[in-house]
Design a protein around this ligand. Structure first.
Ligand code: ASP
Length: 465
């Protein structure tokens, strides 16, 4: 029997998962799917997360200690951060352009907009008592897995944690990067930047001690990183099944026992979702392949996607760039031919700080919500959005829904009601799946550019899969 390549099998798994979820919702089996199929998807995500932190640690130590000189690290670091900033700002600009041209928030019933405007004005008047869910009539159709009370609770909780974060000083992010106890950081997946910091520090110190002493540790670390890469290989063999389970579970949770609910959710928020998807599509299908095929001459458009598809499909199914990281490293390493030295450094940092899809989505969301409430944002305010969305995407954790939470900060920066995130909440999971694909592809693009400027790329054109 003909064996299909892995990425094709993952696509099968993905489509089957969606079909299964819709059928089970139609026949009323959603509970069965959530109880008996969804857990396998969760197991998959756990396995990936299990691998991600040690893999990042060992590959960074390996990468840094293998550097021929320390100034090279500084150079690669500076290029990486500059490119991450440029790609994020490009993404936000694309989002703002689309939202300004299409004006998705102005396409709904005008009477409704006037009502929204009034509620906005009264919110501004009594800013302290934040009015949760004043866009309720819009979201009412779609509260698939949460009741309104649960949604309110969720949003309130998140807003409180953002408030707390804001009380800290402007340099808090630097403080947060330095671990107090590395074992504690290793035990918490959200502290990836601390692990990266420790890895770089450890690797640099290895470079500074006599090689008779460092050699043993370097060999152990390199063997350990190979072991974790092997684990990725093994888990990925079962990825088509896991992706089926993930999608079946997710879509069943969204649709409940009535498939028409998914359609309902999209109706009110259709134009907004389309604008986000259009912007993401421009990055994914035009900008990234264009840039990568300029730096890797022999790479065709089709092969770019063949090379990246396992990571992209996994990002779509898991909505988490952190969980996808081990596979992203493999794809960029093996399929695009970027050296380990670059991937081990650029990709883990990218997974945590570079989120092009998230920042694009945030810019569209803010404009959409402003338009929906008949609030005009000036050019100055839109420039402020570029700045805050950049910072917010850097601050977003690489996990599902993180971008939605950080949207609170962007809304507040231009004086809008942060509770409006409730309005776009119903479609957020689906858009999260799409933007995570872009986040991961953006990281891979930057890794290829950095690698090509450092002559660290060796693409043979045959190493797909
Ligand atoms: N889920 C996204 C990621 O992991 C973050 C977000 O936009 O919510 O990259």
């Amino acid at each position: 029997m003909k064996r299909f390549p892995l990425h094709i099998n993952i696509i099968f798994g993905l489509i089957l998962g969606i079909i299964w979820a819709l059928l089970s919702s139609y026949f009323g089996w959603s509970e069965f799917t959530i109880k008996w199929i969804d857990p396998f998807g969760l197991i998959f995500i756990r396995l990936m997360k299990l691998i991600a932190v040690p893999l990042v640690l060992f590959s960074i130590i390996q990468g840094v200690s293998g550097l021929s000189n320390i100034s090279k690290l500084g150079r690669i670091g500076a290029k990486t951060l500059a490119l991450y900033l440029i790609t994020t700002m490009t993404a936000i600009t694309v989002g703002l352009l689309i939202a300004n041209i299409v004006k998705p928030g102005a396409l709904i019933d005008q009477e409704q907009r006037k009502v929204n405007r009034k509620s906005y004005e009264s919110w501004v008047a009594q800013k302290d008592g934040v009015e949760i869910l004043d866009g309720r009539n819009l979201t009412e159709a779609g509260a698939p897995t949460r009741t309104n009370e649960e949604k309110e609770e969720f949003i309130k909780e998140k807003m409180e944690s953002v408030e707390k974060r804001k009380e800290q000083g402007p340099l808090q992010f630097l403080v947060d990067m330095v671990p107090e106890n590395i074992f504690f950081s290793l035990g918490d997946n959200s502290l990836m930047l601390q692990v990266i910091f420790f890895g770089i520090f450890f690797g640099l110190c290895l470079l500074m001690i006599p090689s008779e002493q460092s050699q043993t540790i370097i060999s152990v670390v390199s063997a350990l990183s190979e072991v974790f890469l092997k684990m990725v290989d093994i888990v990925m063999q079962a990825a088509p099944f896991f992706v089926f389970a993930l999608l079946a579970g997710q879509v069943s949770k969204m649709a409940g026992d009535s498939p028409s609910q998914v359609v309902e959710i999209f109706k009110g928020l259709g134009w907004y979702s389309l604008c986000v998807v259009l912007g993401l599509g421009i990055l994914l299908f035009l900008i990234y392949p264009g840039v990568v095929s300029t730096v890797i001459k022999k790479l065709s458009y089709k092969n770019f996607f063949r090379a990246m598809s396992p990571a992209q499909l996994l990002a779509f199914s898991s909505s988490s760039s952190a969980a996808t990281l081990p596979v992203t490293i493999e794809c960029v390493n093996d399929n695009l031919g970027v050296s380990k030295e670059i991937t081990s450094f650029v990709l883990p940092i990218g997974a945590t700080v570079n989120m092009d899809g998230t920042s694009l989505y945030q810019s569209v969301a803010v404009l959409f919500l402003a338009q929906l409430h008949m609030v005009d944002l000036t050019l100055g305010q839109q420039l402020l959005i570029v700045l805050t969305a950049t910072l917010a995407s850097i601050g977003s954790a690489a996990v599902p829904s993180a971008g939605l939470i950080m949207l609170i900060i962007v809304l507040e920066s231009v004086g809008l009601n942060p509770a409006w995130i409730a309005i776009i909440f119903p479609v957020d999971r689906i858009l999260d799946m799409c933007r995570t694909v872009i986040n991961v592809t953006g990281d891979a693009t930057v890794a290829s550019i950095v690698a090509s400027t450092e002559n660290e790329i060796n693409y043979s054109g045959q190493n797909h899969e």
